[in-house]
Write a protein that binds this ligand. Structure first.
Ligand code: NAD
Ligand code: TYD
Length: 362
């Protein structure tokens, strides 16, 4: 199968591509604009596979997308390209409206035209898989309920509102035009190659430099954490086995308060960094957790997310392989083992390389 993956240079997209190239015989076409969040380093050796192709394309650019579909004739689309960080969406929502809503619309239109032109056999097997978030369901504060596939949408942030909007467009294209779509809504991911603006990598990298660990509000907010490689496996299973028109929630049953997550990271660093001189040198006798610094809370901050993943487990046989403890340990170890990846992100070299290879094309 040839899968056109949008956002394949991002955190989750690169994990999906590594999985597909290493564990299957599928072909991959990575369609990515290469924003600040993209890092082709994250693909490692998989990008040298003859089953991998790359197209630097903005999903808002319909003409360029049409050319990509014509050139590669994909059997399926897995759509991950998005602006993905809530804090950035609060500071500047425009890019979120543009990519997440308008970009999804333009991709749906191009995919629909392409799908309508397929022969009967390929038309019946084609899939458009839209990758979304549990944040579309809003805030579970004050209850012990879980998000199910029929929970009403109530997004809080510009990010989650833009993703909710894109989910609605995908459902409309399925119902109105018959495009064979699948939607997945996943909880917070963590793991290797995550850009250090999100909670877990930011805390690891700041701690290693003895910088403050910014805790929004009281740190009592709850997220349901899933290792990115478990998410990648779930996405591949949904694409191959999911029922057209269905939605599948994906989550790890790992509800944790932010403050507890940060303390766990600090404890792992105490254990795994034998000589944590930087932390001690800053006069910090409590070790890394002494760096935790309360800062102003995020406006509109959702207090709790939690996923009921029983449908994907029951119908498609997916269960996560990592516990939060095993996954977090591997993640901290990955950042310790990959100083070159971190250095190129911090220095901006990962982007300068992209500019030298692809600069000026967009
Ligand atoms: P990311 O920010 O790490 O990567 C996004 C990728 O999309 C980048 O490579 C970027 O260059 C690309 N991109 C952005 N705008 C584009 C455009 N206009 N055209 C083409 N490419 C563009 O994001 P991520 O964390 O890997 O998330 C991937 C998807 O999964 C997103 O749709 C996100 O909403 C969803 N999701 C993320 C999480 C999470 O915890 N990170 C959880 C659930 C769902
Ligand atoms: P984040 O990784 O940005 O994911 P999301 O907002 O999509 O859940 O944040 C996870 C949680 O951690 C969220 O409740 C906000 C909080 N947070 C902090 O307390 N400090 C930080 O520096 C960051 C980035 C997040």
């Amino acid at each position: 199968m040839k899968i056109l993956i949008t956002g394949g240079a991002g955190f989750i997209g690169s994990a999906v591509i590594r999985h597909l190239i290493q564990k299957t015989q599928d072909q991959v076409v990575n369609v990515d604009k290469l924003t600040y969040a993209a890092n082709l380093d994250s693909l490692g050796g998989t990008s040298r596979s003859d089953r991998y192709a790359f197209e630097q394309v903005d999903i808002c650019d319909r003409a360029a997308l049409e050319q990509v579909f014509t050139r590669h004739s994909p059997d399926a689309v897995m759509h991950l390209a998005a602006e993905s960080h809530v804090d950035r969406s609060i500071d500047g929502p425009a890019a979120f409206i543009e990519t997440n809503i308008v970009g999804t619309y333009s991709l749906l239109e191009v995919a629909k035209t392409y799908w309508l032109g397929l022969d009967a056999e390929h038309k019946s097997t084609f899939r458009f898989h839209h990758v979304s978030t549990d944040e579309v369901y809003g805030d579970l504060a004050g209850t012990d309920a879980l998000f199910t596939e029929s929970t009403a949408y109530a997004p809080s942030s510009p990010y989650s509102a833009s993703k909710a909007s894109s989910d609605h467009l995908v459902r409309a294209w399925q119902r109105t035009y018959g495009l064979p779509t699948l939607i997945t809504n996943c909880s917070n991911n963590y793991g290797p190659c995550q850009f250090p603006e999100k909670l877990i990598p930011l805390m690891i990298l700041n701690a290693l430099e003895a910088k403050p660990l910014p805790l929004y509000g009281k740190g009592d907010q709850v997220r349901d954490w899933l290792h990115v490689e478990d998410h990648a496996r779930a996405l591949c299973r949904v694409l191959s086995l999911g029922q057209v028109g269905e939605t599948y929630n994906i989550g790890g049953l790992n509800e944790k308060q932010n403050l507890d997550v940060i303390h766990s990271i600090c404890e792992l660093l105490e254990e795994l960094v034998p000589d944590n001189r930087q932390s001690r040198a800053s006069g910090n006798l409590q070790g890394f957790s002494g760096l935790i610094t309360r800062v102003q809370d995020r406006p509109g901050h959702d207090l709790r997310y939690a996923i009921d993943a029983s449908k994907i487990q029951r119908e498609l046989g997916w269960v996560p392989e990592e516990s939060f403890e095993s996954g977090l340990r591997k993640t901290v170890q990955w950042y310790l083992d990959n100083p070159a990846w971190i250095a190129r992100v911090k220095s901006g070299a990962y982007q300068q390389w992209i500019d030298s290879q692809y600069g000026g094309r967009l």
